[in-house]
Design a protein around this ligand. Structure first.
Ligand SMILES: *[C@@H]1O[C@H](CO)[C@@H](O)[C@H](O)[C@H]1NC(C)=O
Ligand SMILES: *[C@@H]1O[C@H](CO)[C@@H](O)[C@H](O)[C@H]1NC(C)=O
Ligand SMILES: *[C@@H]1O[C@H](CO)[C@@H](O)[C@H](O)[C@H]1NC(C)=O
Ligand SMILES: *[C@@H]1O[C@H](CO)[C@@H](O)[C@H](O)[C@H]1NC(C)=O
Ligand SMILES: *[C@@H]1O[C@H](CO)[C@@H](O)[C@H](O)[C@H]1NC(C)=O
Length: 346
């Protein structure tokens, strides 16, 4: 009887870890794009994108006018997963550089493409090679914009913005005001996190080699399933175009992973709200709340895993203990594969 309940626990453990493994399926990490990184089984290069310098980077744009390129994750990312179904949270990190130019190079964008968006198409009229008029084919992007494009209300040629199916940013941040330059030619690094519980998209940026900043540079509430209610999956990519300049954009590393938040972290659905600029205090409060939530969830997960672990431990101990003890006739009988009338009658 005891061994039956332990098998049940083991089966539960197994399915729990199996679901964890299934969730980690939408993950990749590349710190180089050499032949032996096998990146091409996971990522696809489009347009002018090509691997350069023996795999040290993917060059998205060629040093020619009107060059555009893109690197995208081949596998679709599911909006929902796990049991019970949870909205996906995701995190991505990449390092890149953009060369200085005197023309109208656009810079780089991290893009979440709706299902059906032609990821292989480029539009010279749109920014970053994205469609200027995608109709229902929507995208969410974080732009690292090196062009002051007045028709999109850009503040300058050195800003980060969060865009939703439109190059007029929902929110943007002046990078010059935090002493960062996109077109310096220097390597920069970016962290973008989407937390499904709070529906928050957070963007962090720093010089290469520096630590991940505590406070996001920019964040925005985005209710992904409300934007694409008909979609079950999306795609992610990095896209760049250089207009009439010879701007070069290089990506040196890129990683992406998805997570499912615990059920109780799922706060009430939020509409995309445009928050007032400069609400630094609010950002800090949210960070603290997130922190408390994370510690709480870690604690609960820890207790849960601890309980599971001790069950497994007891099971293993029982096995070992049972094996080490001199075999008693009773156990000997129980171990026989044939059905024993005596053990049933007990
Ligand atoms: C992820 O899972 C899908 C289907 O379950 C499979 O086709 C794909 O090869 C998996 N990807 C990786 C990287 O394991
Ligand atoms: C293969 O990987 C090693 C170390 O990871 C690296 O030094 C080497 O340059 C790579 N070779 C190619 C062809 O990318
Ligand atoms: C690039 O195009 C812009 C207008 O979009 C123009 O002002 C600029 O002179 C052009 N630069 C070059 C190098 O052709
Ligand atoms: C690009 O923009 C020009 C001028 O704004 C317009 O005439 C042209 O039709 C556009 N092309 C596409 C493919 O949208
Ligand atoms: C961006 O920041 C720089 C440096 O602080 C400042 O000179 C510039 O006016 C700012 N631009 C805008 C549009 O706020």
């Amino acid at each position: 009887m005891a061994s039956l309940s332990y098998s049940v626990v083991l089966i539960l453990c197994f399915s729990f870890f199996k679901s964890l493994i299934a969730d980690s399926n939408s993950s990749f990490s590349f710190t180089n794009f050499g032949l032996n990184s096998s990146f091409d089984s996971v990522l696809t290069l489009y347009g002018d994108a090509k691997v350069v310098n023996g795999g040290s980077s993917v060059q998205l744009t060629a040093p020619l006018e009107s060059s555009a390129g893109r690197v995208a994750f081949k596998a679709p990312v599911r909006f929902y997963g796990g049991i019970p179904k949870k909205l996906v949270s995701f995190s991505t990190y990449f390092s890149f550089s953009i060369s200085s130019d005197s023309g109208n190079g656009d810079g780089l964008a991290f893009v979440v493409f709706s299902d059906g968006y032609p990821v292989d198409l480029f539009d010279n009229n749109g920014s970053f090679g994205l469609l200027s008029n995608g109709g229902d084919l929507k995208f969410l992007s974080v732009e690292f914009d090196t062009l002051m494009d007045e028709k999109y209300g850009d503040m300058n040629g050195n800003h980060v913005g969060i865009d939703l199916s439109n190059f007029v940013s929902l929110k943007a941040r002046n990078l010059s005001s935090v002493n960062l330059g996109l077109k310096s030619g220097n390597r920069l690094q970016v962290w973008i996190d989407y937390e499904s519980g709070s529906r928050r998209l957070e963007v962090r940026l720093s010089k290469f080699g520096e630590n991940r900043p505590l406070d996001p540079l920019l964040w925005q509430q985005i209710d992904l399933p409300k934007i694409w209610p008909e979609n079950e999956r999306f795609f992610v990519g990095l896209s760049s175009s250089n207009g009439n300049s010879s701007q070069l954009c290089n990506v040196y590393s890129w990683s992406f992973k998805t997570r499912r938040s615990p059920d109780w972290m799922h706060s009430e659905p939020l509409d995309p709200i445009v928050f007032k600029k400069g609400e630094e205090n609010e950002i800090k409060i949210h960070e603290k709340n997130d922190c408390v939530m994370k510690i709480l969830s870690a604690l609960i997960l820890g207790i849960g895993l601890g309980a599971l672990g001790s069950f497994v431990g007891m099971f293993v101990w029982m096995l070992l203990f049972a094996r080490r003890r001199p075999v008693s006739p009773e156990e000997n009988a129980a171990m026989k594969p044939v059905v024993d009338e005596k053990s049933f009658s007990k």
